[in-house]
Design a binder for this molecule. Structure first.
Ligand code: GLA
Length: 395
């Protein structure tokens, strides 16, 4: 709970909005797992327990993946008092939360400000306080709040054709749930999901959001993942400890992405200081996928305590170079090859002035797992198609 004490010096005739600068929650981008990308509507109590067990047995928990987030389709019916119950896939949410907590993990849940969620289950419309109290009672630590039916059922009905008013309704819906959460007194990470609408990065912090989706849904293929990831250019100024841009959950290990494509995905998300929410089936994961998700040097870039999101500094044909300032004075430099000719190495010359470096500098090739020693201006490398070379630069 945030308690604010003090005197208001003058009588206010306009409403006073206190912005909750909730920076202690999600001081670094949240890390964990979310059920949607792999299990979608098939998620149940067992799948969540299995994910929690796998986070521990694979070492992912100790690498930082601590949130176990249940997405849509857990919701049952409301009783006569309006209290929402789980459906029969989740016989006892409190017991499940206790189990997840007993593993040294945290648990997340999902709802919508509309009457229905995106999958057609009960949303929190007109039940915000009640639902927030239920979450707190169960021991929930994270809420993803997805716009869904709030668009047709509330925004378009209450303000037909009036875009400004529709946006105001949307903002107030998100603020309302934030207030409901605050009233419970439980620290709950608050994650907005409204697909980046209305430049959410500009007003997300004002409604108490710790993170906000910046795009529509990801899917497990290079084309969609890269369209979403590279479209984040320019958003770095809106991220800070406690407030993160969210380009959607990871698809590492899902679909048919190659090793290079999975490395590109993980690198781009780390450069973006994005939430790292694995979306694969953790209990049946190939070793090369675990190696990518668990790479401590990549995770350290994502979670760097300076809390600065990286951004694109250079583009040339299929090549994009992104840099991210790190707290130790170093820099992460990612050289991506977005070309669509398979297995084609593309020659790149690093011009230090283009990427904010003055040399010589010490470099480490993170995916190559080797120190390159001192490199100088004009250094040449060859990222493969759909691949990336990620350098950690230190003076
Ligand atoms: C929307 C969200 C997804 C997921 C589904 C669940 O599409 O963007 O991430 O939560 O709803 O129905």
């Amino acid at each position: 709970m945030r308690i604010i004490r003090g005197l208001v010096a003058t009588v206010l005739f306009t409403p006073l909005f206190l912005t909750a600068q909730n920076t202690k929650t999600a001081a670094a981008p949240p890390m964990g797992w979310n059920s949607w990308n792999y299990f979608a509507g098939k998620v149940d109590d067992k799948a969540v327990r299995d994910a929690a067990d796998a986070l521990v047995s694979t070492g992912m928990r100790d690498a930082g993946y601590i949130y176990v987030n249940i997405d849509d389709t857990w919701e049952g019916e409301r009783d006569a008092q309006g209290v929402l119950h789980t459906n029969n896939k989740f016989p006892d949410m409190k017991a499940l939360a206790d189990y997840v907590h007993s593993k040294g993990l945290k648990i997340g849940i999902y709802s919508s400000p509309g009457p229905k969620t995106c999958a057609g289950f009960a949303g929190s419309y007109n039940h915000e306080d009640q639902d927030a109290q239920s979450y707190a009672g169960w021991g929930i630590d994270y809420l993803k709040y997805d716009l869904c039916s709030y668009i047709p059922d509330v925004m378009e009905k209450q303000a037909p054709g009036d875009y400004e008013k529709q946006m105001a309704l949307m903002h107030s819906a998100y603020a309302k749930m934030q207030q409901a959460i605050a009233k419970t007194g439980r620290p709950i990470v608050y994650s907005l999901c409204q697909y980046g609408w209305d430049a959410v990065w500009e007003w997300g912090p004002k409604v108490g959001a710790n993170l906000w989706r910046t795009t529509g849904d990801i899917s497990p293929d290079y084309d969609r993942m890269s369209v979403i990831g590279f479209a984040q250019a320019g958003l770095s100024k809106f991220a800070a400890p406690g407030h993160w841009n969210d380009p959607d959950m990871l698809e590492v290990g899902n679909g048919k992405m190659t090793l290079d494509e999975n490395q590109t995905h993980m690198t781009l998300w780390a450069m973006l200081a994005a939430p790292l929410l694995a979306g694969n089936d953790l209990s049946h994961m190939q070793p090369d996928i675990l190696k990518i998700l668990e790479n401590k040097e990549i995770i350290a870039i994502d979670q760097d305590p300076l809390g600065v999101q990286g951004d694109r500094v250079y583009a040339e044909g299929p090549i994009e170079i992104w840099t991210k300032q790190l707290k130790d004075g170093g820099k992460a430099v990612a050289i991506f090859n977005r070309g669509d000719v398979r297995s084609n190495e593309y020659p790149v010359t690093l011009h230090f002035k283009d990427i904010g470096l003055s040399g010589p500098v010490n470099a480490r090739d993170i995916w190559g797992e080797k120190d390159l020693g001192k490199i100088t201006d004009g250094y040449k490398l060859k990222p493969v198609t759909h691949g990336v070379i990620l350098l950690k630069i230190s003076k």
